[in-house]
Every structure is written in structure tokens, then in C-alpha cells.
Design a protein around this ligand. Structure first.
Ligand code: ATP
Ligand code: MG
Length: 373
């Protein structure tokens, strides 16, 4: 299948043409892959620009940067040797270069071990999560026009049409159960659904989850992305409970469904990313203790909350239904004393304990005058 055009700006097209020319010159192939091709086939705006090199991405970009230093503004921001990947900024666009690679999972849920880099594209596509994300577009150039040959060994394009998420083999969720959460992300973003076979595989996995080698960091990173948009985060949080996806990391959930609405509100109220709030509710709820008694003075409220981060305030608000945390955040947090020790000394106070007491007395008075509404 030959596709004529991804919809890039003229500027970006210049960059990709240079990439293809350099690939031809170096005898390697360059591809777009994963989410970028999926989004293109779905006709939605492309978010990330990822290039896959059937060879060494680091070697490629280093030589490319030298060769095109006068024609393009190329910054290599970071390289990751063991994965043979590079993050770059070319003409002000972030472009990630990765090498094709083969991976395996010695334990269920662990981070994958890279077996080989620079392997044939089809071997690279094998390690991917869903058929819809296992499509590559090979770049070529003819008559100064970019062309793309779609490589789709798992019929992902068909699954995109059918809105179906299907893994590439039956052990996929065992290898990496965070794929269940990635799937949920695509379901909520694009209206996909797991295929009937996948539903069965997920159910089977959740009945006997293997947490021995699970990378909790990977779970948290996946949840961070899933919870990045507040409204979607609320839905995802509810679905994790409803579908028992929490079994990926724990037997019984320590977080509750009736927190969901307030967690959602808390992102805006406490000016904190929804990902931090929803992940906090799942993994840090044990940090949330009893609220203050309802007749606490403003001064007591201030002292109770003054070491809390915005996220911790948000969690108190959402988990304990504690409106005092919001009152503190909105009205007390930024209150400063009107007077300093030096001012008091000028007024005749002697340095020492008494001065400290007078300062806190005045600050307490100021705080206690503030009304809740
Ligand atoms: P998004 O639009 O959210 O960025 P994406 O599919 O590009 O979607 P990324 O996290 O950017 O998601 O990953 C890029 C590609 O890497 C995916 O399309 C998929 O092919 C592969 N991938 C990412 N995470 C996994 C995983 N846990 N298991 C297998 N393949 C993965
Ligand atoms: Mg992506």
C-alpha cells in the first residue's frame, strides 16, 4: 500500500527529505511507526514525531548532524546508548530517533530486555502492543516527493477501521500487563474496544496476575499518561475499579469510587496536574490522615497544612471530603505576617523570646480574622 502524503508543514517536509536522502546514502531504511502512523491512518492530528532507523539511530543522527549542519538547525538533546535512541530538536521540532530492536520479557511485567538493535523492521514490529500500533511507513523519495510504503504485517489498518484493539500474541498481557492500561487509554481517547479474544486474555491475566517481577515504575508511568487529562482521568479511574485492572498491582483496591468526582475537581481547584492527583489517590492514600476538628482556628489550620504540597492538599480534600484543605489553599496559604522582627525592634521590643511571641500573636490574629466565605 503506497500512501502519498502525511500532512506535514513545508519546513518539516524539508527535514524528512534530508533524513531519507541520508538514509539512502547510508544504506539504511527510515520509517515512521507506532502512534504516528496510527493517527495518520485515523485522520487525526499527529502528536509525536518518531523516526525508526533500521540500523543504529545514534550513528545515523550523529552523521546526519554533521552532514546537514549548514542546512538545518540540529540539536541532539540526549542519547540513550543501551536502546540506541536519540532525542533531537531539528528546526524547532522535537524528533525522536529510535533503532529497530528486538526485546524479550524474562519475567511477567518486568522492563523488557533489549536483545538486538538494528534488526529488520518486521522483528521490531513484533515487540509492539496492539496491531493498530504495529504499523510502519517506510520513507522514500521520488521526484523530490516523499512517499510512504505502509508495512502492516498484523492487519492493524483493518483493526483501526473496526475500532478494535488486539495484541499480537496470546502472552502479550502476561509479558506486559501495563498494555491493559495502555489499551484503556486508547479506548477512552479514540473509542476503540478490546477484541473479544483480548477481553478473555485480560480476564485470564487478572485472575492470576504475576506480580513477582512487575515494574511498578512502569505501571506508574503508564498511569501518568492515562491520567493526564482530568476528565479522562476520572473515567479511567472508575474503569480501573470497575474492571478490576488494579489487580495488575494489588489484590484489593485501597482507593474508592466515591473519591472520583472530587479528585476530578481537585485538579483545577488545587492547580495540580490530574495525573498526580489520581495516581496519588491510588498509591499514596495511606498518607492521608484524619482531618482537623471542625472548630479548629485558622491559625491551627494554617499550622496543620503549612507543610503540605498542593497535591497532598488535593488528596485531603478529595479523599476525606475535607473542605478545610480548600479553605487553607485559597485563603490562608499565602498569608504573610504584616510585620517583621526588625519592625518590632524599631518599635522598642527587645530581641528574644518575647519578640517571637509577639510576632506569632500578631500573625495568629491576622489569620483568625479571615472569613471562610
Ligand atoms: P500516543 O498517541 O499516546 O503517544 P503511542 O502509540 O504513540 O500513542 P507511545 O507511548 O508514544 O504511544 O509509544 C509509541 C509506540 O511504542 C506505540 O505505538 C507502540 O508501538 C510501542 N509501545 C509503547 N509502549 C509499549 C508497550 N508497553 N508494549 C509494546 N509496545 C509499546
Ligand atoms: Mg506516541
Amino acid at each position: 500500500m503506497l500512501k502519498k502524503m502525511f500532512n506535514f508543514s513545508k519546513e518539516l517536509e524539508v527535514v524528512f527529505k534530508a533524513v531519507v536522502k541520508h538514509a539512502n546514502h547510508s544504506g539504511v531504511c527510515a520509517y515512521f511507526v507506532g502512534g504516528m502512523v496510527r493517527d495518520f491512518l485515523m485522520g487525526i492530528e499527529i502528536k509525536d514525531t518518531d523516526l525508526l532507523i533500521e540500523g543504529s539511530a545514534i550513528d545515523f543522527i550523529e552523521k546526519f548532524a554533521v552532514k546537514y549542519k549548514d542546512k538545518l538547525d540540529i540539536k541532539i538533546k540526549s542519547i540513550h546508548k543501551s536502546f540506541d535512541t536519540a532525542k533531537t530538536l531539528i528546526n524547532n521540532t522535537e524528533i525522536d530517533f529510535a533503532s529497530t530492536r528486538e526485546e524479550n520479557y524474562p519475567f511477567s511485567g518486568c522492563l523488557p530486555v533489549v536483545e538486538k538493535t538494528g534488526c529488520p523492521i518486521k522483528n521490531d514490529l513484533k515487540r509492539r502492543d496492539f496491531t493498530v500500533n504495529a504499523i510502519a511507513a517506510m520513507l522514500s523519495i521520488a521526484n523530490d516527493t516523499l512517499n510512504y510504503e505502509i508495512i502492516d504485517p498484523y492487519n492493524g489498518a483493518e483493526d483501526i477501521k473496526k475500532n478494535i484493539l488486539t495484541v499480537l500474541h496470546n502472552k502479550s498481557y502476561i509479558d506486559d500487563p501495563t498494555r491493559i492500561l495502555r489499551g484503556l487509554d486508547f479506548i477512552l481517547r479514540f473509542g476503540f474496544d478490546f477484541s473479544p479474544d483480548d477481553k478473555k486474555l485480560i480476564e485470564e491475566y487478572l485472575q492470576k496476575p504475576d506480580r513477582e517481577g512487575l515494574s511498578l515504575d512502569r505501571v506508574k508511568l503508564t498511569l501518568k499518561k492515562l491520567f493526564s487529562d482530568p476528565l479522562r482521568a476520572k473515567e479511567a479511574y472508575e474503569q480501573i475499579l470497575e474492571n478490576k485492572y488494579y489487580k495488575i498491582w494489588e489484590d484489593e483496591p485501597s482507593f474508592k469510587k466515591d473519591w472520583a468526582q472530587r479528585l476530578y475537581e481537585a485538579a483545577a481547584l488545587f492547580e495540580t496536574p490530574s495525573s498526580e492527583i489520581f495516581s496519588g489517590a491510588i498509591f499514596e492514600n495511606s498518607k492521608v490522615h484524619k482531618p482537623l476538628s471542625s472548630n479548629a482556628s485558622n491559625y491551627e489550620i494554617y499550622n496543620f497544612y503549612k507543610t503540605f504540597s498542593n497535591k497532598d492538599l488535593a488528596l485531603h480534600y478529595a479523599i476525606l471530603n475535607d473542605s478545610t484543605a480548600l479553605f487553607y489553599f485559597k485563603k490562608l496559604k499565602n498569608v504573610k505576617p504584616d510585620i517583621t522582627g526588625d519592625d518590632l525592634i524599631k518599635q522598642g521590643f527587645a530581641q528574644g523570646k518575647e519578640l517571637g511571641c509577639e510576632l506569632s500573636r500578631r500573625f495568629k490574629e491576622k489569620l483568625n480574622l479571615i472569613k471562610r466565605n
